[in-house]
Design a protein around this ligand. Structure first.
Ligand code: MN
Length: 426
């Protein structure tokens, strides 16, 4: 027995990330590269474990790339086996998806159990195919129904093995719990347990990060980076040799992809917008020194240009309206040759007092909140109490229907007193 297959998932064809045609092309190129790897490796089958397409609605140019890659496999007699993911299944029940269309054209085998009253059946050709002692079974994205359906699939697979024992590959789209910290949920090990020993290779998709559990659960990761949340992970495909009724060798192969780069700027010690610009300038210069040689070394310069983001983290010590995001953005564009650069503000406003809302009266609570606002801005923080008092006094004037000029005079007098370094008493 000797069957070799390539397992990919989460191709997300058609993802025009950041509205850039270059990113659209990256996703297409990643797919065609993986197809070419399958041809080079002379595999018998290619598994696409869901999310071939980024969206249920597919543009003609996206469809052309899918058809081109699948036709290359077909021309060499390589079976392409797919299941629906959450991104590319039909949007409405009983409607056909674009993967259904590809299956109708004979370019992929789209596998699924046959759901019947009170259960499911595994039918040859529809639910599984067999290649030289290896049975490939497909189950689409199921969401919350996955644990129940997988239990029934395990029973059906065991029945098939009883009549004809095979190395069983189960292709489905679903994550395993705990693999990605910001994505809770997913299948638990208890829910996967019924498949153990019956399925020798569980071919997953869904989480865009490669992982392997206990040499039988495999997730290759997406081929390209769909968001900065997943940019830290390597990605690629699994190349698998089935060597016996219950034995296989799997190798994770990285595939080429667009580099992503994050520049972090800690804002806590920046007391003014100028401090922040200076801190960002230093970080950007450092990043530029790292990125430039990598781009220069690459033969395909256009593909080596990174997607870069500058992230502001920590407490912001001044009012966020004084943040000059366009200045930061211009610095990035001037210093780093990138495909795309962006600035993200993940800071929180500074909070220093702990206002106990349970015990304070309305008037005291209001004063505490005004003081807090002053404390959150480095221009006012030094005299937060005085500014708090002033805000409260101005509010009272306005509510009393005072003349705007009187409100202005109050503010003006306060500013003059502060500039003199004097104490303001109300
Ligand atoms: Mn996906």
């Amino acid at each position: 027995m000797s069957v070799r297959f390539l397992h990919m998932a989460d191709v997300h064809l058609g993802n025009q990330q950041y509205n850039l045609s270059a990113r659209f092309n990256d996703f297409g190129r990643a797919f065609l590269d993986a197809v070419d790897l399958a041809l080079d490796q002379r595999v018998d089958a290619v598994l696409i474990a869901g999310d071939l397409f980024h969206k249920a609605t597919v543009e003609p140019k996206t469809l052309l790339i899918a058809e081109e890659g699948l036709a290359r496999l077909q021309a060499r007699g390589i079976a392409a086996l797919a299941v629906h993911g959450n991104h590319d299944r039909a949007r409405y029940l009983a409607q056909a998806s674009w993967v259904d269309y590809l299956a109708e054209r004979g370019l992929v085998r789209l596998l699924s159990p046959v759901f019947v009253e009170g259960g499911l059946l595994l039918e040859p050709e529809t639910s599984y195919i067999e290649l030289d002692g290896v049975r490939f079974v497909g189950v689409p994205w199921l969401g919350a129904a996955a644990p129940r359906v997988l239990r029934e699939v395990a029973v059906a697979c065991a029945d098939l093995n009883a009549s004809r024992p095979c190395f069983t590959v189960l292709i489905t789209h679903g994550g395993v719990e705990g693999q990605m910290p910001h994505m809770p949920g997913g299948l638990t090990f208890a829910e996967l347990e019924p498949l153990k020993g019956i399925v020798q290779y569980l071919a997953l998709g869904h989480l865009h990060k490669p992982y392997c559990v206990d040499d039988w659960i495999y997730n290759p990761g997406s081929l390209e980076t769909c968001s900065f949340d997943e940019a830290q992970y390597e990605r690629g495909v699994y190349l698998v040799d089935v060597t016996g009724r219950e034995t296989h060798i799997a190798e994770h192969r990285r595939t080429a992809m667009r580099p992503f780069f994050t520049i972090n700027v800690q804002t806590d010690l920046c007391l003014t917008p100028d401090d922040l610009v200076a801190a960002a300038r230093a970080e950007i210069a450092q990043a530029a020194r790292k990125i430039r040689p990598v781009v220069d070394q690459c033969s395909d310069r256009e593909r080596a240009l990174p997607v870069v983001r500058l992230v502001l983290r920590g407490n912001l010590t001044f009012d966020r309206t004084r943040l000059e995001a366009d200045v930061l953005h211009r610095m990035m564009r001037d210093e780093i040759e990138a495909l795309h650069s962006r600035v993200e503000n993940h800071t929180s406003p500074l909070k220093t007092s702990t206002v106990n809302t349970e015990t304070l009266g309305r008037n005291e609570l209001e004063k505490a909140i005004f003081e807090d606002q002053a404390r959150g801005d480095s221009r006012f923080a030094g005299q937060a109490e005085a500014w708090g008092n002033l805000m409260q006094a101005m509010k009272a004037l306005v509510l009393d229907g005072a003349d705007p000029a009187a409100v202005y005079d109050l503010l003006d007098g306060h500013m003059a007193a502060l500039e003199d370094g004097g104490h303001v008493d109300h």
